[in-house]
Unconditional design. Structure first.
Length: 469
């Protein structure tokens, strides 16, 4: 199946590019607003400084007056219609060509905050009235003790603000594009291209898990490298599991084909063996039970292997029952060995579970039979309630314990048995059934003093909600 990559507009790289441009532009907007406000403030402050210098020309004259021609030139140099200055303890000096009758707005630069500065700058930038006159008052940058007042047209300020805003916008777009391009190329090299290789490997493995080449992880120490190595390990594990499943399927097919003939042969052998019990030869009678046990184990091994391969996950049919009754039934269904074992059941008499009774019977029976076959003479089953509506069941025996090799592959089919001729399916089936109930089967301990397993199951129904029988 060919790999269909997303269209350029919906690809991960395109989305990253657009997000990068958007975030950079947002950052530039946050910088743009105080920049425009500061530009307007500085522009007006420079005009106040120029007005202060123009007023100084009046101080140099004997009567504080200049000729009309010089006054026009001074006001043109300042860019104002009227300029006035007042010093503490002194009179007020003024230059004016023709004082307007009214102004449209007044701004006192001595009493303005950041928010007001931004608002005034945006209002001046987007206002379209070119004939607007404003009055500006503030301390002179040349002498903070001097208060300068002037009336100017707002159009030159708006033109300067517009040019400044356009320069900021162009620079922001350039920075955004360069930043987005670098981020895009970096992400394309570090993430998008490796992710495409990873996706192609996943699709190829999905289409042909047994024949597709395994993914070769890159030599990277970051999170992607870790994910790639874990993918390679997962593919290897899945391929091994598929191989094992194929072998199990082949084994099931083979067993199903020969099971009928094998059962007939074993049935004939059992009939002959039963007649050996009536033999008068003491040696024959002594060896006959061993022969019968071997035949029974052979039949059981065939049936167990065939059931494991064919059944798959057993369907659950939950019901409410007393755990003590189930354990008693398990004890009565076990074969009686020679000598008989000591059976101990320590369970609360009113402990109820909501589970598949037949499947749990199968679990406990398998574990009990394993203990008997291992040579245990004592088997104890106990249970207790735990927090979180959980029930813990302990199955303990006094057998010789499990060898190290059996512990390594304890719950693996055909590998977890420590006895010759055994399939090792009992614990594998038991664990699968417990897991289907949302529980867990674990080995608590195993040694020369015996082996203990723990079954933890959810207790669906509480005692208070179970009607009395």
């Amino acid at each position: 199946m060919a790999l269909e990559m997303p269209t350029p507009g919906r690809s991960l790289s395109a989305r990253l590019l657009l997000l990068t441009i958007g975030f950079v532009m947002l950052a530039e907007v946050l910088i743009f607003l105080p920049s425009v406000a500061r530009f307007r403030q500085d522009w007006l402050t420079q005009r106040l400084a120029a007005g202060h210098l123009a007023i100084l020309a009046l101080e140099a004259t004997p009567y504080g007056m200049v000729s009309p021609e010089l006054e026009v030139r001074l006001l043109a140099h300042v860019g104002a219609l009227a300029v006035g200055m007042e010093m503490p303890g002194q009179g007020k000096l003024m230059l004016s060509m023709a004082m307007p009758s009214a102004v449209d707005a007044s701004y006192d630069l001595r009493q303005v905050g950041p928010v007001m500065m931004i608002g005034n700058a945006l209002a001046a930038l987007f206002r379209s009235d070119d004939g607007r006159l404003i009055r500006v008052v503030g301390a002179s940058p040349k002498d903070p003790a001097a208060t300068v007042e002037m009336v100017i047209e707002e159009a030159p300020l708006r033109a300067e603000l517009t040019a400044f805003a356009l320069r900021i916008l162009g620079l922001s777009l350039l920075i955004s594009l360069l930043t987005a391009a670098m981020v895009y190329l970096s992400l394309l090299w570090l993430m998008v291209r490796p992710l495409r290789r990873l996706t192609q490997a996943l699709i190829a493995f999905r289409d042909d898990p047994e024949g597709a080449p395994l993914f070769a992880p890159p030599a990277r120490s970051d999170e992607f490298g870790l994910a790639a190595r874990e993918l390679a390990r997962m593919q290897q594990g899945l391929r091994e599991a598929l191989g094992q499943q194929a072998r199990l399927a082949a084994l099931g097919t083979a067993v199903s084909k020969i099971s009928h003939d094998l059962r007939n042969i074993l049935a004939t052998t059992r009939l002959v063996s039963d007649r050996l019990v009536e033999s008068e030869d003491p040696a024959v009678r002594r060896l006959t039970p061993t022969l019968l046990g071997s035949i029974d184990r052979a039949v059981n091994l065939c049936e167990q292997t065939l059931a494991f391969v064919r059944e798959g996950r057993p369907p659950l049919q939950p019901s409410r029952f007393l755990l003590a009754d189930l354990v008693a039934e398990v004890g009565s269904a076990l074969p009686v060995p020679h000598p008989p074992i000591t059976w101990i059941a320590d369970l609360p008499a009113d402990l109820r579970l909501e589970a598949d009774r037949a499947q749990l019977f199968r679990v406990l029976t398998n574990m009990a039979q394993n203990a008997l076959e291992a040579g245990a003479s004592r088997l104890a089953i106990s249970a207790r309630l735990e927090p979180g509506e959980r029930v813990a069941i302990l199955v303990a025996d006094n057998g010789p314990g499990l060898p190290p090799r059996a512990r390594e592959h304890l719950f693996q089919p055909f590998r977890g048995s420590s006895r010759p001729g055994s399939s090792g399916l009992g614990l594998a089936i038991a664990r699968e059934i417990v897991n289907l109930h949302g529980g867990e089967l674990t080995l608590v301990e195993s040694g020369a003093g015996g082996t203990t397993f723990r079954i933890e199951l959810p207790r669906v129904a509480s005692l208070a909600r179970v009607p009395a029988e």
